[in-house]
Design a protein around this ligand. Sequence first.
Ligand SMILES: Nc1ncnc2c1ncn2[C@@H]1O[C@H](COP(=O)(O)OP(=O)(O)OP(=O)(O)O)[C@@H](O)[C@H]1O
Ligand SMILES: O=P(O)(O)O[C@H]1[C@H](O)[C@H](O)[C@H](OP(=O)(O)O)[C@@H](OP(=O)(O)O)[C@@H]1O
Ligand SMILES: [Mg+2]
Length: 329
Amino acid sequence: MGNRRVGFCLSEKKKKRMNLSAFAELCRQRGIEVVEIDLSRPMASQGPFDVIIHKLSDVIVEAEHDSQSQSLLSNFQEYVSMHPLTVLLDPLPAMTQLLDRFASYHIMNKLQNSLRDRGICSPPYLEISTSNQSAIREAVEEKQLSYPLICKPRVAHGSHSHEMSLIFCPAGLSDAQPPCVLQSFVNHGAVLYKVFVVGEAHFTVERPSLKNFPLGSFARKTIFFNSHEVSKPESCSHLTALDENMPRLPPPSEEVMVALVRELRAELGMVLFGVDIIVNIQTRTLTIIDINIFPGYEGVPQFFSSLLSHIESVLESRGTAPPSSPLPP
Ligand SMILES: Nc1ncnc2c1ncn2[C@@H]1O[C@H](COP(=O)(O)OP(=O)(O)OP(=O)(O)O)[C@@H](O)[C@H]1O
Ligand SMILES: O=P(O)(O)O[C@H]1[C@H](O)[C@H](O)[C@H](OP(=O)(O)O)[C@@H](OP(=O)(O)O)[C@@H]1O
Ligand SMILES: [Mg+2]
């Protein structure tokens, strides 16, 4: 059986955060060679690859306005088009769409129809591409968005992609910087559930989240924040304070999570993604607020073994089967 080669194409930050070298050692023990792909060199000279695992968010977003990033992306795209048998985790078009909140929120909105009977929804939202205040106010009323509103940049990756704001009244709409999305804020008791998907497996991790706010329009100044200060495991600020008087809501049921992940896998055509879920404290409805490509899987000790299992299942379906020994626990 030929040497099975899996290419990785990640930013330096992601490689370190994922501990790619430790994962490569685990793969080596299973007869799989992990190759760190250098996009600044022709990929053909670094191949062949049975599988390529990548997160090209930086390159894709910068390729919009930077010729060097465009040539890195073209290098990758050319190799992929010349090697259709190489399995991409995940397909580039599927990942690219999730870098645009207009596209990902359209998907979340569409999912409501197939998941409504499971008690899963997504908050009403608006795509904002204009600075015309009266047009925005009219659209907010027409779409029946409810205050507070959360405002997120259209581009879902990169330096400004996590700079957000909470808008409490129509006068605050002037703080929305288009292109962006406005989404009704849903009170959920400052608890977020990150559902991390790895191939056929998924893991639900609890995280801090934004606290509750009085519902309805209030003449209050807009709050600006960075989402990476809100829902990391260590996040702790005046914005994430748990309400002691509020009883803890039960976590989402595993059965519902299975149904959600099944629908998302089918809709996205991806196997490495995260979905952020909150529970509406009034209706107890599970509310999808965000989908992330190749997240950090922090709090998922099974990430390496699940990823390796998925890689081996892909290799097996391609006819390059793994050795028979079981995976380490
Ligand atoms: N509609 C909403 N109602 C209530 N809280 C929300 C809503 N949308 C987002 N939040 C809060 O804001 C945080 C960041 O939102 P979101 O996940 O969309 O940003 P992000 O930059 O994509 O974050 P990440 O990439 O870390 O997942 C969420 O973790 C949650 O605490
Ligand atoms: O806490 P998680 O794992 O969700 O944090 C993710 C975050 O959701 C985003 O997916 C980040 O990607 P970008 O939006 O592209 O910055 C991830 O960063 P990364 O460097 O790990 O890709 C966070 O881990
Ligand atoms: Mg999120």
